[in-house]
Ligand binder design. Sequence first.
Ligand code: ZN
Length: 236
Amino acid sequence: MNQEIDALIELQKLDISIDGLKIKANEIPLIIEKAKTDFETKNTNLETLKQELARIQLDKKQKELDLHTKEEERKKHQSELNKVKKNDQYFALQKEINQVGKDISAIEDGILNMMDSIETVNTKIKQEQELIKQEEGKLGQEIDRFNGDLESINKAITGQEAHRKEIAARIPAESLTLYERIRRSKKGLAVAEIKKNHSCGGCHMTLPPQIVNEVRKLERLVLCESCSRILFWKGE
Ligand SMILES: [Zn+2]
């Protein structure tokens, strides 16, 4: 019976360890997924900058068309200037040419401003791309590290499961079934130690002296009356 209890305790240790390892192994893909999502969120900055650049370039093209139209208008007025006979017509036309000239200057200023903006945004894009490249490198390293961890964990699980098989083979089928059933219903802890104050290590209820004595006799598996866990005595 002593060996059976020892085997059950060992089995429980392994099961708790395997459970913990499996939780870790399941978490790793989620952590990797989160790291990738975080990385992609950072990329939206670059997308915003690219959209801004496209918008300025489109505005600039429009201004260049406007400029062309105004320049054509000025040319037309200037050729008309040579044909007018009357003074008032001449002055009106001259006034119009001046106005077109002012419009052209304003458009040219606007285009220059846009060229400055394009340069600024382009610089920002380059910086952002550099940053992303660095982040991408870091992310790659991080993912490699996590995958390495996952591999070690899976190896440990395989090893511990093999060991568990050996231990389980030493336990009578009936006791093993009992252990498995309690483990499922108690979410992990199926074998509980009797504490020095004679309480159950699983549910902390004080155990009657005859139960403690029975456990110490090691004649059969004894269950806690309140939580139904298999009890064991480690004391002197
Ligand atoms: Zn108990």
